[in-house]
Ligand binder design. Sequence first.
Ligand SMILES: Nc1ncnc2c1ncn2[C@@H]1O[C@H](COP(=O)(O)OP(=O)(O)OP(=O)(O)O)[C@@H](O)[C@H]1O
Ligand SMILES: [Mg+2]
Length: 1212
Amino acid sequence: MSSEEMLYAKGSKIWIPHAEQVWESASLEESYHKGDTILKIQTESGALKEIKLKPDGSNLPPLRNPAILVGQNDLTTLSYLHEPGVLYNLRVRFCERQIIYTYCGIILVAINPYADLPLYGPNIIRAYRGHAMGDLEPHIFALAEEAYTKLERENCNLSIIVSGESGAGKTVSAKYAMRYFAAVGGSESETQVERKVLASSPIMEAFGNAKTTRNDNSSRFGKFTKLLFTNQMGVMYLQGATVHTYLLEKSRVVYQAQGERNYHIFYQLCAARAKYPELVLDHQDSYQFLNMGGSPDIERISDADQFNETVQAMTVLGFSIQQIADIVKILAGILHLGNIAVSKKYMEGSDVEDSDSCDIFQNDLHLQVTGDLLKINAEDLRRWLLMRKIESANEYVLIPNNKEMAMAARDALAKHIYAKLFQYIVNVLNKSLHNGSKQCSFIGVLDIYGFETFEVNSFEQFCINYANEKLQQQFNQHVFKLEQEEYLKEGITWTMIDFYDNQPCIDLIETRLGVLDLLDEECRMPKGSDESWAGKLVDKCNKFPHFEKPRFGTTSFFIKHFSDTVEYDVNGFLEKNRDTVSKELTNVLTQSNMQLCKQVMILEEVDTLGTDANKIATTLGGRVVISANRKQQLNETRRRVVSSKQHKKTVGSQFQESLASLISTLHATTPHYVRCIKPNDDKIAFKWETAKIIQQLRACGVLETVRISAAGFPSRWLYPDFYMRYQLLAHRSQIDKNDMKQSCRNIVLKWIQDEDKYRFGNTQIFFRAGQVAYLEQVRANLRKKYITTVQSVVRRFIKRRRYVKLQKIIFGIQRHARGYMARMRAQKLREARAALILSKYARGWLCRRRYLRLCHSVAGIQQYARGMLARNRFYAMRDYFRAVQIQRFVRGVLARRAYQKRRRSIIICQAAVRRFLARRQFKRMKAEAKTISHMENKYMGLENKIISMQQRIDELNRDNSALKHKTSEISVLKMKLEMKKNLEHEFKNIKAACLDKDKLIEALNKQLESERDEKMQLLEENGHSQEEWNKQKQIWCMENRELRKQVDSMIEMAKNAAGNQREHEERMLTEIDNKELNEAYQRAIKDKEVIENENYLLKEELSHFQQQHNGIAAFNMHHTRTASNASSQNEDDVGYGSAKNTLEINSRYPDLRNKNDSFLDNTSIVVKLRSILEEEKQKHRSLQEQYVKLASRNKPTEDSFRPTCCPPRGST
Ligand SMILES: Nc1ncnc2c1ncn2[C@@H]1O[C@H](COP(=O)(O)OP(=O)(O)OP(=O)(O)O)[C@@H](O)[C@H]1O
Ligand SMILES: [Mg+2]
């Protein structure tokens, strides 16, 4: 099986071309066999395709690198070194891992991230210091460190060549590299030199950078900065720097394409115009040189701030204030110059335009301001803008300029001034950065424009691409040289590697009768034109393989550059190459009164780099310089000698010279390459545009490097490394640990039959491209086989061990399980027996409990039944007893009712009988009373009674008169009481007067106290009056006391009198009452008794008479009256008292004494006496009431005594 068949097996990954993605990944559907003309594949998107192959298999698609190699730090370590492999590796790093730096051999590929990454801080610088390139991740600092270490170690000159297309990040990378050198080559703290070196960037950017459609800060010149180091005790210190510039884009001063700007410094100056009123500047839009592009601002950048930064940097770099002021005047002068209006001129005396001349107003403001600012004669300036001088053999002629020519002269002057100013600034920078003459080594940083191709490519693109062609040649030669050195060192016999040599292309541009030579020649021709030059080009250069004439027309030509074929438009080539400016106009400026302006205009271009390079070449005398280079140098030196004889150098020849000197400088240094890649045109962070990137990789030589590497023996392995990795590819008998080289040889010989595919070096084995991948594949296959065997053995071992282990475990588990089950069974039996016993006892206990509960409930029922029966018996007995009782009471009630009834009937009978008897007796007594004697006797008794009663009345009258006397006494006492009241009233008045006096005294005392000190005499008088007052007061007190005594005694008397009176009256009254009543009552009772007795006797006599007369003696004997019933009988009489009603009482006593009146019933007399007694009682009551009233009126109150009891408090 051939190596191809092994590599292109089914499933292998390959790359196939793709219209948009450039390369697309696919896998083989079938294995490739030698001679196959069709390869079946499946793309990543799943599409099945067939690729046509040549029978020899020379157009087999490129293989994908093994996954282990994807994302490598160095592209040359890839096994398959081809375009898709490189591209994919870069893509994985940039897009997936966001790593912007990758090595490609000696090149550092830097892809612009368009994002601020934290990769450039002081810590990162420290991290990379002292580390070799492969130690850490690829970085611009690693490359710079490599250069610096080499400088320290070998004390040689080095260069870092940064290239790439516009906006790829060249300037940024160059700045970071310089920052690294400033950091590691200076002291810890920033010294003046480092500050100056770093400060040079903003100045150069302000004057040499501008906004373009591709880059907001595009460098419009090439820059080679040499950082000079001195060796101090083995340490390289930054000592200074020099800056060399190339091909400033002057045309930008007067013209900008749409969306672009002029150089930053003009906009910065306009933004800061307030600081410089003398410049008479306006807004940037009002200047023709600034407003063409229509894009006056840059996003997120303030021109005013940038201006301050520029001025600050200029100050750091030693520009004086006067210098800065003059520089801004020149800049403002350029702007005003651009605004000088050139107008049409008319024929004298007519309206016809003179097409051969033009005019500028004499008082044109901008003309005047330009003159003032540049301190030149404005009229001279005007004159030479409108005229030109043509010199012939011995005389000169003045010819007027038409409008276009005048404007072109104006623009040329502006460009000239700016270019000179830029050169002047670079000179000042160089002076400031390096003024010592000490022998130094340097590290040069070249920030130069990359290969450019536009729709319309002009002279600038031609120069730029020419420079890139030269640099690419230098790069190729360097890489070739390195390869050669490597092979020589390893003692390998080898044939010349075929690599792309762009010398023919360079020859086309720079040899005799080449593009530049013909251009210069045409420029020297008085009637030379772009078209005639183009014709000559076609004539002379057609023989060059890299030249192509256009298919149509004659205004362009093609050059096949190393990266692309570019079509150049010949228009403007001559003019740009000549770069002529009116000598008269420059003279006007040279005669300026401004020192700086004069200085700037007479500035001669000095090729410092060329002289440096010569110097270096002589100092490096011992170094080997490859033949091609040497030849080139000689050519260039010769050319320089020739050109120096010329009166005025063209731009092309100047550029060629400076480029030659640059290349010779670079050849004299150890170069390091940084290739910047612009990933997209939209300036979007981490956006990957494959087509754009592949074009740049091709243009900047990365793929060429890869190709050179691939053409030789790109894969190299140290013997020990190779032995370690591939020892398994040989049999044990072919491996000898002690002779690794032989073992490696055996391995290689065994697997690679073609001897051209490898070389055995002294320390390394060299392989052609793809061989390592092939060995990798073999190794992978073998490893797969061995691994399968080892795996099977190991798996068997593992399985067996597992099985034995499992078996052991199962036996153990079974043993334990059986034991467990037996134990469980025994346990169950034990538990069954125990359950039986337990159930036996439980059942017994339950039965017993049921029986006892039954017994208990039966006894309870019996108890309650017996109780109920007993209660029922008791209730029956109780009911019987109660029935008996009720019967008894009912019977008693009935018996009592019957008895009462009988008794009441008996009494009614008795009453009826008695009433009958009493009536009968009454009738009889009535008849008896009518007898006269009987009545007389009775009257006699009554007369006595009346007499005694009369006597009693007399006594009572006497008592009454005594009482009247007492009443008069009471009235006297009342009088006294009245008097006493009057006294009391007087006392009260006196007391009120006393109180008034007291108040007066108090007032006086107060008055006295207040006036005491002033009126001592009055005090004495007051003392007298006080004494008198005291006396008077004593008298009053005495009187008061006496009055009080009198009142007391009167009160006592009144009290005694009232008490006595009351007692006496009461006693009297009670006595009288009692006596009278008792006596009257006694008498009335006695009379009554007497009368009753008499009445009884009369009744007795009457009954006796009746018995006698009627013979009803028996009845009288039974009807005896007892004391108990007498009252009832008497009452009955009253109850039936018809006699009372019929009694007539002759109301008054005298009627009673009238013996002649008809006799009265004794009862009516008693009634009369009672009424008399009642009258007397009433009289007595009225007297008593009168007395009480008097007593209450005379009774002294507590208030009446109080004022006299004690003198008022507080009185003095
Ligand atoms: N390493 C980086 N990190 C972040 N941004 C970067 C980096 N490199 C470049 N850029 C961005 O890209 C822009 C363009 O970079 P730079 O000015 O260095 O391009 P250039 O190659 O010098 O272009 P030109 O040829 O026009 O001068 C910078 O302004 C910056 O925004
Ligand atoms: Mg730049």
